[in-house]
Design a protein around this ligand. Structure first.
Ligand SMILES: Nc1ncnc2c1ncn2[C@@H]1O[C@H](COP(=O)(O)OP(=O)(O)O)[C@@H](O)[C@H]1O
Ligand SMILES: [Mg+2]
Length: 386
C-alpha cells in the first residue's frame, strides 16, 4: 500500500508558536512510518513559510524555548524559505522557492515544486492558524486537512462570535458583554454602565487571541479602563464577563465529525490566581488531574455540553471544550472551545483520550481518517446548479 504523505504545518504567527512546535514534534515522533510519510512545514513567527531540513524534536514548549535560545545564538534554524500556494488539481499545494543565481549556476528564478500531500495536519494554535486563515488556504487547495473548517475555526477563535453561537444554542455561560474600542472611546459612560451591570469581579479579554494573552481580572471599578486598554492593544473587540466564583477548570476532549465523541473530563489546577500565560506554559507547577474528580451526573453533563458546543460551532475532527465549574454554587458554565488544542503527548487533549482508551498514535490515525472522510464527502458535493 502506498504511504500517505502527511504535511504537518506548525509554528505560526502566534503566542502559541512554541507549543505548536512541541505538538508537531510529538506527531513526528508517534506517526506510524509504515503507513505515513511526514513532511514538516514550518511557519516562522513573522509569517514566513519554511521547508525545514529536519522535523522538530523538542517535546515541550519550555524545551522549544530553550532550544531556540541556544540555536539562535549560533545559527538560524536550517531550512528553505518558501511560498505556499494553492493549486487545485493533481498536486494541491505547491511551493515556490527563490533560486539564487550563485547556488546553481542557473539564472535566478522561481522553482515550483508540488508537495504531493494527501492530507495536511495544521497543528497551529491561535491567530493565523487555528482561526480559519490556514484552513482557507487548504480549502482553496482542495486538500484534506485535520480539524475544523473555516467557519468553526474562526468562530472558535473569536470569543464574541463563539459566545453568540453558544447563546443561540441555549448553552450555559457566564453573563457577558461585547464592547469595541470604538464604542468605548465614543460613549464611555454608556459602556461603563452596561459593563458594570455585570458586577465584580470581571474578566476582560481581547476577542481574538489565546494563551490568556491580554486577559485581566478586574476586581474594582477603576481597574476596568486599564483592563480594556490592555485588551484593545490586542484586538478592536473585547469580551467582558462576570467571574465564575471559585471556579474549577474542567476540560473535555471531542473527537469526530458528524458523530463526535466526548472523552472523560479532566481538571486543571492553575498555579496562579487564574490560568494565565505563565501558568499555562512556563511554570510547571500547574497540575492536571485526569480524569477529574466529578460525580457521574456531572461527567455526563460535561460530555453532553462539550458535544453540543462542538456542534454549535459546526466543529470537525477535534476540539477541547473548557468549562468553569463554581465550587460555591455548583453551576457549570461553558468557557470556550479550542479547535486545535495543544497536541503534545502531555497536553490535556491527549491525556484525556488516553484515559478514555485512545492512545496517542491511534489519535493521530483517527484524525487523519476523519480529515480524509470529510474531504471525500465534500468532494462529492455539487458545486453548480447545472
Ligand atoms: N468568567 C470567568 N470566571 C473565572 N475565571 C475565568 C473566567 N474567564 C476566564 N477565566 C480564567 O482565565 C483563564 C483564561 O481565559 P480563557 O477565556 O480561557 O482565555 P484563553 O482563550 O486565552 O485560554 C481561564 O482558564 C480561567 O482561569
Ligand atoms: Mg482557555
Amino acid at each position: 500500500m502506498k504511504k500517505l504523505r502527511v504535511g504537518v504545518i506548525y509554528g505560526g504567527r502566534s503566542g502559541e508558536h512554541e507549543v505548536s512546535i512541541a505538538s508537531a514534534a510529538a506527531i513526528f515522533k508517534h506517526l506510524d512510518r509504515t503507513r505515513y510519510e511526514a513532511v514538516p512545514i514550518r511557519i516562522e513567527k513573522d509569517g514566513r513559510w519554511v521547508l525545514p531540513d529536519k522535523a522538530p524534536t523538542a517535546l515541550s514548549a519550555s524545551e522549544v524555548i530553550d532550544q531556540a535560545r541556544l540555536t539562535s545564538a549560533r545559527a538560524p534554524r536550517a531550512g528553505r524559505d518558501t511560498l505556499m500556494v494553492s493549486h487545485p488539481g493533481e498536486d494541491t499545494l505547491v511551493t515556490i522557492e527563490r533560486r539564487p543565481a550563485e547556488d546553481s549556476g542557473e539564472p535566478e528564478g522561481a522553482v515550483v515544486t508540488g508537495l504531493g500531500l494527501d492530507v495536511v495536519f495544521p497543528v497551529l494554535h491561535g491567530p493565523y492558524g487555528e482561526d480559519g486563515t490556514v484552513q482557507g488556504l487548504l480549502e482553496l487547495a482542495s486538500v484534506a486537512y485535520v480539524g475544523s473548517g473555516v467557519l468553526a475555526s474562526a468562530a472558535g477563535m473569536d470569543k464574541a462570535a463563539m459566545k453568540a453561537l453558544f447563546a443561540a444554542h441555549g448553552l450555559p455561560q457566564a453573563p457577558y458583554e461585547v464592547v469595541t474600542d470604538f464604542e468605548w472611546t465614543k460613549t464611555p459612560d454608556a459602556q461603563r454602565a452596561r459593563l458594570e451591570a455585570l458586577g465584580l469581579p470581571l474578566f476582560v479579554k481581547p476577542a481574538n487571541l489565546g494563551s490568556s494573552v491580554g486577559i485581566s481580572k478586574v476586581k474594582s471599578a477603576n481597574a476596568l479602563a486599564p483592563a480594556l486598554a490592555t485588551a484593545f492593544a490586542f484586538d478592536r473587540k473585547a469580551v467582558v464577563e462576570a467571574a465564575v466564583p471559585e471556579a474549577r477548570e474542567i476540560e473535555c476532549a471531542v473527537l469526530g465529525n458528524d458523530e463526535p465523541e466526548a472523552s472523560l473530563p479532566g481538571e486543571v489546577i492553575p498555579s496562579r490566581e487564574f490560568y494565565d500565560y505563565e501558568a499555562k506554559y512556563l511554570d510547571s507547577a500547574s497540575q492536571t488531574i485526569v480524569p477529574a474528580d466529578l460525580d457521574a451526573t456531572m461527567v455526563a453533563r460535561v460530555q453532553t455540553l462539550a458535544l453540543h458546543a462542538f456542534r454549535a460551532i459546526d466543529g470537525a475532527g477535534l476540539a477541547r471544550v473548557d468549562f468553569l465549574l463554581s465550587r460555591s454554587t455548583g453551576t457549570l458554565a461553558l468557557n470556550e472551545i479550542n479547535t486545535m488544542p495543544g497536541f503534545t503527548t502531555i497536553s490535556m487533549f491527549s491525556k484525556l483520550w488516553d484515559a478514555s482508551g485512545v492512545a496517542y498514535p491511534v489519535l493521530i490515525d483517527r484524525l487523519i481518517a476523519l480529515a480524509i472522510e470529510r474531504h471525500s464527502a465534500r468532494q462529492k458535493l455539487r458545486t453548480s446548479a447545472f
